[in-house]
Structure formats: structure tokens, C-alpha cells
Write a protein of this length. Structure first.
Length: 84
């Protein structure tokens, strides 16, 4: 077995141990959704809670902006003024 293979196996084992420790520490820990924007509100859905922010004139056609899983709701803050 080559040196690179041994290093790769070692890294995979370390990662597996860290993931296992993380699962033990966090367990089934969940937190209630909370608003992080002054004008945000929590929308209760069947699959869970979702924070929404509504901006702009009500008579205008809606634009829905969805950020990626690891991003925060303020990810769109730079774009919103241009859309309004």
C-alpha cells in the first residue's frame, strides 16, 4: 500500500470519528425557528418553520428569492434594493 493511500485512509477514519463525535454531542438537538430580520416573520409549514421577509409594493408582481442551504436570509441584501 502506498503512502498516499495510507494518508487517505487515515483522513477518512479521522473524519468518520469526528462525524461520530458530532452526532453524539448534538444528538437530536433542534431549536425553534426565530426571526433574524427586523421585518421577518416565521411561516409554519408542514415540513418545518421558515423565515420569510416581504418587501416592496404589494401591487407589484412577486419575486421569490431563495438562498442556498448553508446561506443566511441576508444573503440577498445587496440585490433587494436593485429589485425594488
Amino acid at each position: 500500500m502506498g503512502r498516499k493511500t495510507e494518508i487517505a485512509i487515515g483522513l477518512v477514519l479521522v473524519l468518520a470519528v469526528l462525524l461520530g463525535l458530532n452526532a453524539l454531542v448534538t444528538g437530536a438537538e433542534t431549536k425553534s425557528a426565530e426571526t433574524t430580520q427586523p421585518d421577518g416573520r416565521i411561516l409554519g409549514l408542514r415540513g418545518g418553520a421558515l423565515q420569510v421577509v416581504e418587501r416592496g409594493p404589494r401591487e407589484a408582481p412577486p419575486i421569490v428569492l431563495v438562498h442556498c442551504f448553508t446561506c443566511a436570509i441576508d444573503w440577498w441584501d445587496g440585490m433587494i434594493p436593485r429589485l425594488e
